[in-house]
Design a binder for this molecule. Structure first.
Ligand SMILES: Nc1ncnc2c1ncn2[C@@H]1O[C@H](COP(=O)(O)OP(=O)(O)OP(=O)(O)O)[C@@H](O)[C@H]1O
Ligand SMILES: O=P(O)(O)OC[C@H]1O[C@H](OP(=O)(O)OP(=O)(O)O)[C@H](O)[C@@H]1O
Ligand SMILES: [Mg+2]
Length: 282
């Protein structure tokens, strides 16, 4: 059985469970369940703290896990990213009271509060910048400056709302762009069954990213229309009962749906229909 570690709490937990459910796996009903076997799919889930997922994968006690890229790097384990999962997107930034710092060099001699000391120390060492101290906090890091335990912070930033509320602003380049990732142990051979899990998760990612577009098109415009909707390999073009028209079906990036419909309509296509993809294997 493939042993898969999944975050049991925090912002990664629910989207990870949603994704696995969409990929056809059993998921727990009670958040207190810590282990869940899914014999039909030959996998077993272990619900762990997201920070610990990288540690268990690194120790080889589970085969793969879902965690944040930032947490994986912070752990220092010899894990490798196997697949990006597209949720929990964030950046990892330095921040300080407005107007007090502009580049990473400004961290020299300052106290840095963070929940990610491994990541921050590695980054500062790489930049040859020596802080006065790295203050390791569990959370609510943005408050550390106001309460006088640090001069700057390094933390996860998504919308920037938390930083603004604390009177801080980001400075320097992002240390990292993070998102949820599927990780495995880089020192061990690829575990059996990982190929199936990967294909299923990729299917979910594709189903989320694309829609299916159907439309009717005058035959003499088909070439122009399929240039607008090239699909992934090639669109399906089928004859209609009225031989001067064709039906076209293609996958279109979800984010471009309305722009593509407008272009097709202007071109002369009609009966343009969009449907969600429930599941797919490419
Ligand atoms: N606001 C956010 N937006 C996007 N990703 C986030 C956000 N907050 C945390 N993350 C990501 O979630 C992961 C951290 O998860 P973790 O459960 O440890 O923290 P959390 O979601 O802040 O939970 P908690 O603070 O309640 O323990 C990291 O990969 C981090 O980048
Ligand atoms: O840029 P924003 O959209 O404001 O999001 C970023 C904030 O979200 C997370 O905090 P969380 O709510 O998990 O609290 P924590 O700091 O205690 O972990 C993270 O640690 C930041 O503080
Ligand atoms: Mg948090």
């Amino acid at each position: 059985m493939l042993r898969i570690a999944v975050p049991n709490k925090g912002s990664l937990s629910e989207p990870a469970a949603d994704m696995l459910r969409e990929a056809g796996y059993r998921q727990r009903r009670d958040p207190r369940e810590l282990v869940l076997a899914d014999p039909d799919n030959d996998v077993e889930f272990f619900f762990l703290r997201p920070r610990d997922v990288a540690v268990y994968v690194g120790a080889g006690t589970v085969d793969v896990g879902i965690t944040g890229r930032d947490l994986m790097i912070d752990s220092g384990a010899t894990d490798v990213e196997h697949l990006s999962l597209g949720f929990a997107r964030s950046t990892f930034r330095f921040a300080a009271p407005i107007g007090t710092a502009t580049t990473v060099e400004d961290v020299a001699g300052k106290r840095v509060a963070t929940s990610y000391p491994g990541l921050v120390l590695a980054h500062l060492a790489e930049k040859d910048v020596e802080p006065a101290a790295v203050v390791h906090l569990d959370g609510a890091v943005e408050t550390a400056v106001r309460l006088g335990v640090a001069d700057v912070i390094a933390d996860v930033v998504e919308t920037g709302t938390t930083l603004r509320a604390a009177g801080l602003e980001v400075f320097g380049d992002p240390l990292l762009v993070s998102e949820a990732v599927l990780i495995r142990n880089g020192d061990l051979p690829e575990p059996e069954g990982l190929d199936v899990l990967t294909r299923r998760l990729q299917g979910v990612l594709t189903a989320r990213e694309y829609v299916l577009m159907d439309y009717d098109c005058p035959l003499d415009l088909v070439e122009q229309a399929v240039a607008v909707t090239p699909g992934l390999e090639s669109p399906t073009v089928s004859p209609l009962h009225d031989r001067s028209w064709a039906a076209v079906r293609a996958m279109v990036p979800r984010s471009q749906t309305n722009r593509v419909m407008d272009t097709l309509y202007d071109l002369g296509a009609r009966a343009i229909l969009v449907t969600s993809i429930h599941a797919c294997r490419l």
